[in-house]
Write a protein that binds this ligand. Structure first.
Ligand SMILES: Cc1ncc(COP(=O)(O)O)c(C=O)c1O
Length: 426
């Protein structure tokens, strides 16, 4: 008999987890320990030499986090995952595997403002040079590629503008350039979109948002699709050259289609150190168990709110790819057929001042700098998350002065709409 492949909701609850072998605990225990006792000296030596898989020290791996890693990798359809302290840490570890000083990567200019900052400032200090391209003109990606390009980075649904990126078209450009495509799938989650099915080689997440889903823990994840040939042309020496500290083993040769995730762990986490707390892993795992239920409700509520706003006389425009007339509607139907996510922007006819007034008058919505909580959230990006960017960058990132960003929660939709109604007429 062929083995049944579990469905998404089943994987969200079970992937990676077993009853605890010692106690029988059914929920994954929180292994709140820094370190793990070796069986004997040979066992210790083989763990340190990467000859045996096992636990050494929580900076490099932890059994609670291991369940989370396996679960997110299963949901994304990847070969392995690596949990880290935040979404931003995931991006650092990915690029640390790929780039050496002087190298370049091409990134969509429609990205979360924090990623634009990270790439423009911190990454530049590491000698990793970003070249921006426009997801609304795919040819700009092709033109941005040079012999120094080592990767392409995009978001599936871009924060905050409700932009859906054409993953397959950009994946084809990455293939022709011989570089991996990295997709930040934070806003979509694998419930709405699975970038690996569309040609992504690496998926990154801020677990802080919809995957954890309850606004209580910061975390990040790297998922290795297992698709990229790291040894071709020797362009990725971290993976294709012998590692002196591990008796000369070549990570790609030894670990095959999960070598990228291993390199992020045994070189990235080991040396850079942004480990995920086991307690956060536990909370995020619990959140993921209800991901399909929550995401569908988030999307259904978001569509209802977007439709209501689009008909409101104080609203100039609404950018939600789930709306029939939206410029990204066709891409949303292709990449996110179950719903276009729950984060979107709209513009107020009253501009900057009206935006400030709205965020000051909401009662059910929380005015704060996060997305992907059960609760409905609101922010005026130009005065907060995107304030460090120049006016041109703000506009490019979909965060002009009249823009308000919503992250629609899973409360009753009539209550969400009633709160916006009272705040808009206040
Ligand atoms: C799309 C996206 N990617 C990455 C990040 C960074 O994640 P973290 O805050 O967990 O570092 C965020 C945070 O808002 C985000 O929205």
């Amino acid at each position: 008999m062929t083995e049944r492949i579990p469905g998404f909701a089943t994987l969200a609850i079970h992937a990676g987890a077993q009853p605890d072998p010692t106690t029988g605990a059914r929920a994954t225990p929180i292994y709140q320990t820094t370190s793990f006792v070796f069986d004997d000296a040979d066992h210790a030596a083989s763990l340190f030499g990467l000859q045996t898989f096992g636990n050494i020290y929580t900076r490099i791996g932890n059994p609670t986090t291991a369940v989370l890693e396996e679960r997110v990798a299963a949901l994304e359809g990847g070969t392995a995952g690596l949990g880290v302290a935040s979404g931003h840490a995931a991006q650092v570890l990915v690029m640390h595997n790929l780039l050496t000083p002087g190298d370049e990567f091409v990134a969509s200019k429609k990205l979360y403002g924090g990623s634009i900052n990270q790439f423009n400032h911190a990454f530049k200090n590491f000698g990793w040079n970003v070249v921006w391209a426009d997801p609304d003109d795919i040819t700009t990606f092709e033109r941005a590629v040079t012999p120094k390009t080592k990767a392409i980075f995009i978001e599936s649904i871009a924060n905050p503008g409700g932009v859906i990126t054409d993953i397959e078209a950009i994946s084809n450009i990455a293939r022709r350039a011989g570089v991996p495509l990295i997709v930040d799938n934070t806003l979509a989650t694998p419930y709405l979109c699975k970038p690996i099915d569309h040609g992504a080689d690496i998926v990154v997440h801020s677990l802080t948002k919809f995957l954890g889903g309850h606004g209580n823990s910061i975390g990040g994840m790297i998922v290795d699709a297992g698709t990229f040939n790291w040894s071709r042309e020797g362009r990725y020496p971290m993976l294709s050259e012998p590692r002196p500290e591990y008796q000369g083993i070549v990570l790609h040769e030894t670990f095959g289609n999960f070598a990228f995730a291993i390199a992020c762990r045994v070189l990235g986490l080991r040396d850079i150190g942004p480990a995920l707390s086991p307690f956060n892993s536990f909370l995020i795992l619990t959140g993921i168990e209800t991901l399909p239920l929550r995401m569908q409700k988030h999307c259904d509520n978001a569509k209802a709110v977007a439709e209501w706003l689009a008909a409101h006389n104080k609203v100039a425009w609404v950018s939600y790819p789930g709306l029939a007339g939206d410029r990204y509607h066709a891409l949303a139907k292709k990449y996110c057929p179950k719903g276009a996510g729950a984060v979107f922007t709209f513009g107020l006819k009253g501009g900057y001042d009206a935006g400030i007034k709205l965020v000051s008058n909401v009662k059910l919505f929380s005015h704060l700098a996060n997305i992907g909580d059960t609760r409905s959230l609101i922010i005026h990006p130009a005065s907060t998350t995107h304030r460090q960017l120049s006016d041109a960058q703000k506009t490019q990132a979909g965060a002009g002065s009249d823009v308000v960003r919503l992250s629609i929660g899973i409360e009753d939709k009539d209550d969400i709409i009633a709160d916006l109604e009272q705040a808009l007429s206040a």
